[in-house]
Design a protein around this ligand. Sequence first.
Ligand SMILES: NC(=O)C1=CN([C@@H]2O[C@H](COP(=O)(O)OP(=O)(O)OC[C@H]3O[C@@H](n4cnc5c(N)ncnc54)[C@H](O)[C@@H]3O)[C@@H](O)[C@H]2O)C=CC1
Ligand SMILES: O=C([O-])CC(=O)C(=O)O
Length: 312
Amino acid sequence: MTLKRNKISVIGSGFTGATTALMLAQKELGDVVLVDIPNMEDPTKGKALDMLEASPVQGFDASIIGTANYEETKDSDLVIITAGIARKPGMSRDDLVNTNAKIMKSVAKEIANYAPESYIVVLSNPVDAMTYTAFKESGFPKERVIGQSGVLDTARFRTFVAQELNLSVKDVTGFVLGGHGDDMVPLIRYSYAGGIPLEKLISKDRLDAIVARTRTGGGEIVGLLGNGSAYYAPAASLTVMAEAILKDQRRVLPAIAYLEGEYGYSDIYLGVPVVLGGKGIEEIIELDLTDEEKAALDKSAESVKNVLKVLE
Ligand SMILES: NC(=O)C1=CN([C@@H]2O[C@H](COP(=O)(O)OP(=O)(O)OC[C@H]3O[C@@H](n4cnc5c(N)ncnc54)[C@H](O)[C@@H]3O)[C@@H](O)[C@H]2O)C=CC1
Ligand SMILES: O=C([O-])CC(=O)C(=O)O
């Protein structure tokens, strides 16, 4: 028997792509190919070499290469797409749609050509619409094209709750549904600290404030950074999704999935709870929602549909 390491391609070697490449390698999830456009080839090679030189210090075994040649992605097991522009203060994620759709189409075609059996995880914004674009352009089955939003949004929610209660983040769980925009839907009813419903531990006013901060969590970082958007927590979120797929963990995570009737929506990619494992999205979990929660999800789905209309 010949054992082989996973091959993971990360498209886009900017803030999120490079950080993700390092985290994947540090966790020894596979050999990493970092890809960018031709005029970014040298910086991409430089970042990859710099990361590789960290491997003896930290003691991880993974090759990391930088390239502008998609041939290097041949037969990747997993491809993570971070290529595209990021927003600046004053912009919404949806303002990125036209530029990033063009990039996503070309990247998805390259992946379909060189890594037709791979799983695709999309980060580029507006991510619900970009995941839809990657699905259509790649022609891959829906379970192999997944978007990242909920792990990050939930992580922000968990961070703020842990700060509020002065408890370990490890004991705080949360669930954020819907599109990755300011009308995402954090579900308090399904969120706990050490198994205790949050509503029993935090006042309604404080919970409302935490929900509001979660919804605008991306914008908060954009405002502070001044020239770009978040990358450490997004990279950590991508890494957890990659691990769930490559190690067939069957984790229950919120992820952007293609819906065909689930939650009452069709032909749309939207953030919902899924089982993520070796076959990609193995199940979509349908939760019972109150009328208020469903109305909030409808509003969020409507925003995603409006972005998709721009693409038509
Ligand atoms: N879904 C989410 O939760 C999050 C999404 N994002 C999004 O991820 C994207 C990337 O963000 P950053 O890494 O901070 O941006 P960045 O500007 O630092 O890096 C983007 C990289 O993509 C490259 N690129 C452009 N066209 C390409 C192509 N055709 N092939 C390969 N590479 C290409 C650029 O040269 C650049 O190096 C943005 O759209 C951002 O909004 C960022 C954080 C969280
Ligand atoms: O806010 C942005 O533009 C980047 C992003 O999606 C996030 O950090 O949630």
